[in-house]
Design a protein around this ligand. Structure first.
Ligand SMILES: Nc1ncnc2c1ncn2[C@@H]1O[C@H](COP(=O)(O)OP(=O)(O)OP(=O)(O)O)[C@@H](O)[C@H]1O
Ligand SMILES: [Mg+2]
Length: 319
């Protein structure tokens, strides 16, 4: 498969209008509004909805954020993957022979204690790093066969990253950080600014557009990173401890939001965390310890006992 074919197979299925639908439903979290959408697609205080007005008819005609041609083929496949870090004379195996298939439309949680290899695995899933041994395939293509510019295109168009360290550029303000991925996509500058404005409304940071990352709280930085990760409407979202710096209300909101992208738009969500409270969102959980997969658990989504995991815990705490 050529790179163009890979990208086309991702691109052809993006569904921007459904993303907007889920964004709008969630907009009321921070911006409570009694107003419904008008004929121009604006909702409440969100004056202009760039996703409806970008003229991207291709995106609007597509079907649900789906990516691969063949649903039976895994979207991402790790085959006997090792990651060995070299520190002078000393070697450390952070991942030891990982075998994992991730399918389109999954809400996958990789759960493990600190130091177990979660972020290392995330870097491989996101084509940010190469394995020391073994193979990582994206849409049946071995990523080690792609050159850096091809990988950059895949990372830029297909994957939204919510990093543990946020990776916000310190010299850019909130708005510029969200604009950055769109610059790489050669988006029209005016539309890009409107999209950034829309996304910052969604995450409740319209009033912090001019702040540098150093002038934001940890949770606000996390939300800038989330807005940025959605800027190019990627079909795959990789999140490393997305709620790590957030209070529980904001954390729940962010997870509900990602859940909406999964359930309504069919996006593939992959989260690494040590927080068992997030498990209620997962369709599958990969337990990792000391660089190895301990077990994999399929979870019927939205089963009452799973949905109430936090509630049950709270009940326990109260009694
Ligand atoms: N560049 C590196 N060089 C050497 N060792 C590393 C490097 N990066 C990570 N490690 C080691 O690899 C192991 C896995 O690290 P990783 O960051 O993947 O853990 P994690 O599961 O994400 O932990 P946390 O929950 O604390 O973020 C750790 O023992 C870490 O010290
Ligand atoms: Mg980590």
């Amino acid at each position: 498969m050529t790179l163009t074919e890979i990208i086309d197979s991702f691109k052809s299925k993006l569904n921007v209008s459904k993303l907007v639908d889920s964004l709008e439903r969630k907009a009321s979290f921070y911006e409570e509004s009694e107003n419904g959408a008008d004929e121009n697609g604006s909702v409440g205080d969100l004056k202009y909805n760039p996703y409806f007005n970008s003229g991207n008819s291709d995106a609007n005609n597509s079907n649900g954020g789906k990516i691969s041609q063949n649903k039976d083929e895994p979207l991402i496949k790790l085959i006997n993957v090792w990651k060995i870090y070299q520190m002078g004379e000393v070697e450390f195996a952070a991942l030891k022979g990982i075998n994992l298939e991730i399918y389109e439309g999954e809400f996958l949680i990789i759960l493990g204690p600190s130091g177990s290899g979660k972020s290392t695995m995330m870097n491989l899933l996101g084509c940010l790093d190469m394995p020391s041994k073994g193979t990582v395939c994206l849409n049946s293509k071995d990523i080690s066969e792609l050159d850096e510019s091809e990988l950059a295109i895949i990372r830029g168009k297909m994957i939204g990253f919510i990093f543990q360290s946020f990776n916000l550029l310190p010299t850019l303000n909130t708005e510029e950080n969200v604009l950055l991925p769109m610059e790489f996509q050669e988006e029209d500058r005016k539309i890009a600014r409107e999209k950034a404005s829309y996304l910052l409304d969604i995450v409740g940071l319209s009033n912090k557009k001019g702040n540098l990352p150093s002038q934001l709280s940890g949770g606000q930085r996390q939300r800038v990173a989330i807005a940025r990760s959605l800027a190019v409407n990627p079909p795959i979202i990789l999140a490393d401890e997305p709620t790590g710096n957030l209070d529980s209300k904001t954390g729940d909101y962010i997870l509900d939001f990602l859940d909406g992208l999964h359930q309504r738009d069919g996006k593939t969500i992959i989260i690494v965390t040590h927080d068992v409270e997030l498990l209620r969102y997962a369709t599958r959980v990969v337990y990792i310890r000391d660089g190895e997969i301990e077990k994999i658990e399929t979870r019927p989504k939205n089963e009452p006992d799973m949905k109430n995991e936090r509630g049950t815990k709270n009940e326990e705490n109260r009694s």
